[in-house]
Design a binder for this molecule. Structure first.
Ligand code: BES
Ligand code: MN
Ligand code: ZN
Length: 502
C-alpha cells in the first residue's frame, strides 16, 4: 500500500486552499483559540451557531462536515471532537485524526489539511503532537484490498499540517518523520497479517525479510531445516514437522551504534504462519484468526526496518523463528519429547502450545549475541485473552529498568502493557515426569506459566516477554484500529528503540 504523504507548513487557516480542512475541538470549550475564531469570522458566525445548537460539542468521536461555499478557500471544514480538555491525552489526538481521515475519504477527497490542535496534553512536545497526528491519520485510513475486485473508495494520499508559527516547523517535521515511520511499520505488519496463510508461509516471510534487508541495507541470515537440525533446534523442528511448509529461522542484524561491538537489543517474534493446534486440534470457530499467529514476527521485522530507516544509533538484531503448526502425518504427538537448542528437554503434552516451543529455540539462539536487552513478542496464550481482553498487552520480565522502559514506550505509543507475575512458584505446574519440563501448565494462570516456560531459555539476560494474544486482532473497527489484525506492539517496539537512542 502507498503511504500517505505528510508535510508541515506554516500558513493561516483562512487562506489555505484545500478540499478539506480539519479542525479539532475540545468538549464544551467553544471555538478553538485563534484558528476557530478566525474561521468563524470568515464564515459569518456559522461555527459559533453550530456550537450553540449543541449539534456538535467536541465530544470524543464526534465529526461534522461543513461546506464553506467558498467563503474561505477551503471547500469543506471537518470538525472533530477531542473530548474533555482536562482528560486530553495523545491518544485522543490519534483517535480524532483517525476519525477525520476516514471522513475525508468518505467525502472523496484525496488530500486534506489539518490545523494543529490549539490545546495539547500537558508534557506533550510539538514532536509528540506531530507524531500522533500522523499516526492517527495514516492508521485510521488503513484498508486491505489486495484480494478484492471491488474498490472501496480511493485512498487519501496527502495530508498537510498547518502550524501558525514558523519556529514550530522543525519539531513538527521531526514528529511527522517519526509518525510516518511508526505508522508505516504498523501498516506493513497489518498487511502481512491480513494475507491468508496459503500465501504468507514461512517461505514468503523469508522473502519479505529479504526485501527488507535489501531495502534498508541490513544483514540477513536464514537458517534452513538442515542447519536447524545440525544446531539442534528440536523444539522448532518438532512444531514444523506436521506441515509440508519448510520452517525458516530468520536473523536480521543492524549496526547503528558508533561502537560496533556495543551489545545489541535483540527482538524475537513468534512467527507461526498458521496455528491449527496440530494434533491437539483447535475448534473450527474463529480458527481463521490464527493466520495472524505470526504477528510477533512481522513486528520485529517491521521494527528492524524502521530502526534502519530512522538510522537509530544502536545495534539491533531481529529473530523470526517461522513455522506452520499443522496436524500432518509426521506431526508431533502429545507425549513426544523434544530436545531444545538450549539442551533442555520438553515433554509436549499439548501440540497447541507451540508458540513457547519455537520461542524456546529463538530465545536460546538470541542469547548467543550477548544482548544488552532481549524482548520477545508473541500471540502466545488464550489465557491472555481471558485475563486482559482487548486493551492491554501482558508483560513479564526479569529486569525492572527494562520493564519500566517498555511500560513508558507503550504508554507513549498508545499500546499499553500490564505487568503480570513471573513467580517461580508457578513452575510446579510445568513439571514433567519424563522430561525437564512440559509445555503446558494445566488449569490456572495460563499466561503466567507460558511466560515462565520462556524464562527458562533466556539465561540471565535482561528480558521482557509481551503477550499480544487478543490485542493483535480487533473484533470491531475503531478510530485508528481496523477490524481484524491491528499490528499492536509495532509502535511500542519502535518507540522503545527511539527512546533508547535519545
Ligand atoms: N496462538 C495461540 C494463542 C492465541 C489464542 C492467540 C487466541 C490469539 C488468540 C497459542 O498457540 C495457543 O494455542 N495457546 C494455547 C495454549 C494451551 C494449549 C496451553 C491456548 O492458550 O489455548
Ligand atoms: Mn497454539
Ligand atoms: Zn499459536
Amino acid at each position: 500500500m502507498n503511504i500517505m504523504r505528510v508535510e508541515a507548513k506554516q500558513a493561516r487557516v483562512d487562506t489555505e486552499n484545500t478540499d478539506a480542512l480539519v479542525l479539532m475541538f475540545c468538549e464544551g470549550e467553544g471555538l478553538p483559540k485563534e484558528e476557530g475564531v478566525i474561521l468563524d469570522r470568515a464564515l459569518g458566525g456559522a461555527l459559533r451557531e453550530l456550537l450553540q445548537s449543541k449539534e456538535f460539542d467536541g465530544k470524543a468521536g464526534e465529526v461534522v462536515v461543513f461546506h464553506t461555499h467558498r467563503k474561505i478557500p477551503a471547500k469543506r471544514l471537518i470538525l472533530v471532537g477531542l473530548g474533555k480538555k482536562q482528560e486530553l491525552g495523545l491518544d485522543h489526538i490519534r483517535q480524532a485524526m483517525g476519525h477525520a481521515a476516514k471522513r475525508v475519504r468518505q467525502a472523496k477527497c484525496q488530500a486534506f489539511t489539518v490545523a494543529l490542535p490549539s490545546v495539547v496534553p500537558q508534557e506533550a512536545s510539538p514532536i509528540d503532537v506531530g507524531q500522533t497526528m500522523t499516526e492517527g491519520a495514516i492508521l485510521g485510513s488503513y484498508q486491505f484490498t489486495t484480494y478484492r475486485s471491488d474498490t472501496p473508495g480511493k485512498a487519501v494520499t496527502a495530508m498537510t499540517v498547518l502550524a501558525p508559527r514558523k519556529d514550530q516547523l522543525p519539531q513538527l517535521s521531526e514528529g511527522i518523520r517519526r509518525g510516518v515511520a511508526t505508522a508505516e511499520a504498523t501498516v506493513f505488519v497489518r498487511d502481512l497479517c491480513n494475507h491468508p496463510s496459503n500465501v504468507m508461509t514461512p517461505t514468503r516471510i523469508a522473502q519479505e525479510a529479504k526485501t527488507v534487508a535489501k531495502e534498508v541495507g541490513v544483514n540477513l541470515k536464514i537458517l534452513e531445516q538442515k542447519e536447524m537440525e545440525r544446531l539442534g533446534m528440536g523444539a522448532l523442528l518438532g512444531v514444523a514437522k506436521g506441515s509440508h511448509e519448510p520452517p525458516k529461522f530468520i536473523i536480521l542484524q543492524y549496526q547503528g551504534a558508533k561502537k560496533k561491538d556495543d551489545r545489541p537489543v535483540v527482538l524475537v517474534g513468534k512467527t507461526i504462519t498458521f496455528d491449527t493446534g496440530g494434533i491437539s486440534l483447535k475448534p473450527a470457530e474463529n480458527m481463521e484468526q490464527m493466520k495472524a499467529d505470526m504477528t510477533g514476527g512481522a513486528e520485529v521485522l517491521a521494527a528492524m526496518r524502521a530502526a534502519a530507516r530512522l538510522k537509530l544509533p544502536l545495534n539491533l538484531i531481529s529473530i523470526l523463528p517461522a513455522a506452520e503448526n499443522m496436524p500432518g502425518g509426521r506431526a508431533m504427538r502429545p507425549g513426544d519429547v523434544v530436545k531444545t537448542l538450549s539442551g533442555k528437554t520438553v515433554e509436549v503434552q499439548n501440540t497447541d502450545a507451540e508458540g513457547r516451543l519455537i520461542l524456546s529455540d529463538g530465545l536460546a539462539y538470541a542469547t548467543r549475541f550477548k544482548p544488552a536487552v532481549l524482548i520477545d513478542i508473541a500471540t502466545l496464550t488464550g489465557a491472555c485473552v481471558v485475563a486482559l481482553g482487548q486493551f492491554a498487552i501482558g508483560m513479564f520480565g526479569t529486569d525492572a529498568t527494562l520493564k519500566e522502559a517498555i511500560r513508558k514506550a507503550g504508554l507513549r505509543a498508545g499500546e499499553r502493557v500490564w505487568e503480570m507475575p513471573l513467580w517461580e512458584e508457578y513452575f510446579e505446574q510445568l513439571r514433567s515426569d519424563v522430561a525437564d519440563m512440559r509445555n503446558i501448565g494445566g488449569r490456572g494462570g495460563g499466561m503466567i506459566t507460558a511466560a515462565l516456560f520462556l524464562s527458562k531459555f533466556v539465561g540471565d539476560t535482561p528480558w521482557v516477554h509481551l503477550d499480544i494474544a487478543s490485542t493483535d486482532w480487533s473484533e470491531r473497527e475503531r478510530a485508528y484500529i481496523p477490524k481484524g489484525p491491528t499490528g499492536i506492539g509495532t509502535r511500542l517496539l519502535i518507540q522503545f528503540l527511539i527512546n533508547r537512542s535519545l
